[in-house]
Ligand binder design. Sequence first.
Ligand code: 5GP
Ligand code: ZN
Length: 113
Amino acid sequence: MADCLFCRIVAGDIPSQQVSETARVLAFRDINPQAPTHVLVIPKDHYPDLAALATDPGLLAEVASVADQIAQAEGLAGHGYRVVFNTGLEAGQTVFHAHAHVLGGRPMAWPPG
Ligand code: 5GP
Ligand code: ZN
């Protein structure tokens, strides 16, 4: 989708600080990090949100697996980390291309704001 920010990142039209990549998944650092580690994991194909991504369980599992691999690589595994899919406006979703936030490197409160 030409007007989608994350599709443009996948296409290389917008630069990103890439962390890892598979054939179907891309991970890059969030431009406005909310924790020492804040990486976004996205399907390369356009799915607007988690509900749409969940129609392809294999791809959703790959996104989750890459999220865990990043947490391991960033040294978060022994400390804990958080994976978040903001889904819908009221939940704070601002980019409507499905993405998992991988957050870690500091203590985290619950419930989230
Ligand atoms: P959401 O609010 O939809 O859950 O998350 C969107 C995330 O995308 C935000 O955390 C925001 O900082 C990040 N973001 C927005 N624009 C860009 C960009 O151009 N590059 C990168 N790397 N992250 C972005
Ligand atoms: Zn997109």
